[in-house]
Design a protein around this ligand. Sequence first.
Ligand SMILES: [Zn+2]
Length: 260
Amino acid sequence: MALDPHLVRALHISSEDRQGAARDPAAAHHLFQASTIAALMDARYDGDMTVAEVLAHGDLGLGTLAGLDGELVIVDGVARVARVDGSLSPVPPSTTTPFAVVTSFAPGPPVALGALAHDALLERLDALAPGPVCAVRVDGAFTRLRLRSVPRQSLPYPPLGEVVQQQAEWEAGPIHAVLVGFRFPSEAAGLEVPGWHLHAAATDGSTGGHVLVADLAEGHVRMDVADEVHVELPPGVDLTAADAAMREGIRRAETRPDAG
Ligand SMILES: [Zn+2]
């Protein structure tokens, strides 16, 4: 893979027995990831890691659930799932995930943000980002959120490119919400969603989802640089799919022209 040298140094890919791993499961400034976005693109929707195991590696993050059953959003160590009806509900710890990214969020000081439409918000996040790979949390009042989720899939699983054709999109706002997510460089496509990947949870718990548009009225952002990325590959998943998916243009399915 044509990976950025900085990222290669930071990247640890493992398919070893997780119980035998000697690393600190939740060290500061480490990202932990279950599987790869390319495996997800390739319809690997079941995974073998539970949400409880993911939460042992961090308290802020995002992902999906087995069978692609909604959008996983993890805030303050609480995992919830946004489904196609726009609801946000707690995830039983034994639920498995085929793809998740988490970190033990250890941010720098909060930075106040004024009114920023979606693209301007992402530009501001880029300007504030402490490194090429980072975690972010935005708490604020939003004039508009456009969110999406995907319906649970049944076997035989169609590829993600087909599933997103069935995705549900809806709008909320004005609304108070938390956005959580990560930024990865474009060189990481295949392993990760390049650019900003954000999931939202309304402060009142009324809705959440994968963020397509977030127009901020006012709020504050906190960021945490990641100096190590640990990718745990499920049995049967290797990096071949990540490499292939990179070439096939992963952005088409996971991001949209209006999503950034
Ligand atoms: Zn997402």
